[in-house]
Design a protein around this ligand. Sequence first.
Ligand code: NAD
Length: 368
Amino acid sequence: MEIKIHNIGDNIGPEKILLLRQPRIGLEAIVVVDNVACGPAIGGVRMAPDLTIDEVYRLARAMTLKNAAAGLPHGGAKSGIIADPACSREQKEILVRTFARMIRELTEYIPGPDMGTNEECMAWVKDEIGRAIGLPRVLGGIPLDEIGATGFGVAVAAEVAASEVGIPLKGSHLAVQGFGAVGMHAAKFLGKRGAILVAVSDSRGAIQNQNGLDIDALIKHKKKGSPVQTFPGGQAMDSDELVGIKCDIWIPAARPDVLTENNVDQLKARLVIHGANIPATETAEQLMHKRGILNIPDFIANAGGVICAAVEYHGGSESQVMETIEEKIRTNTLETLERSKKENMLPREAAAKMAYSRIKKAMTYRGT
Ligand code: NAD
């Protein structure tokens, strides 16, 4: 494991960086607890063969900001088990259970699922140390991707932003990049609010129909394992053309850095709602701002998942989840837009300022 911790951290964190090794079973792991001023830190356990301290720290900081921006009583952390996530189930269970036992005393960290781990892994963690989120339903878990918690929050952010720029949601045209858990639910919930889905892509291609794609039928098609491009209700097109499609609202819900200085001038939409994490480069976001394209940043728009996890942790029910997401994302999107206008800054900068001020305020209540 390469150890490189220079340039990490500032005046809010991280508070702890742990390197865990259990040579007998080949476990190597990193835990970064960034900041716990708002409460015990929530953050996923990633499993990947090439994790670095820097990456885990950046992910932990993103959780600190997302949780504070969402107004949750939780700080931010992240951890990573350095292993191949495609290892056997038996091997995974040994690694995850050993990892869990090694963080037993780190009670300010509540682990959740992330890339390479799932609800079964969280059940093993809970079994070992009595705390985890993202659990199976039989253990009180709320299946956030099944109910579309993040996509629902993205739809709420889009509704608030559309009203800000004077686009009536009913009859507005929508394009979605990535038709997985986030993208399909964002489309579904916006469709319920009257938006028309005119184009969509997945990793295998794209499809469009300016008269509207049938969202429920497309979801059924996709859930059968078929690529969106083979859906009979539209015309296939090249994935790269999705950026320039004629629409009002554009939702990236797939990969990071898909909007860059090389393609952002093609955008015709007036609103970009960040379903994926960091879908636009910094320069692309500045260029969009100059052109009057309103962006709602990831840690405001896609916080539905972590809000759902927090409701689960506090013993809340599935019906409370959507209500809490609606209330929190509506309030935070509005506050971000107000600050961004008043202080003449990008919505991302305004949202970060809002999150930092909440964290710093919470830090004043802590002992030294
Ligand atoms: P997912 O795996 O369910 O879906 C991803 C979709 O993107 C798939 O349809 C895939 O085919 C498509 N895709 C992959 N590469 C693509 C490409 N180059 N062009 C177009 N489509 C492509 O994942 P998800 O859970 O929906 O997550 C999507 C994004 O949202 C990720 O960046 C994730 O980190 C972020 N996110 C997810 C959640 C959540 O609750 N699931 C919460 C916050 C952020």
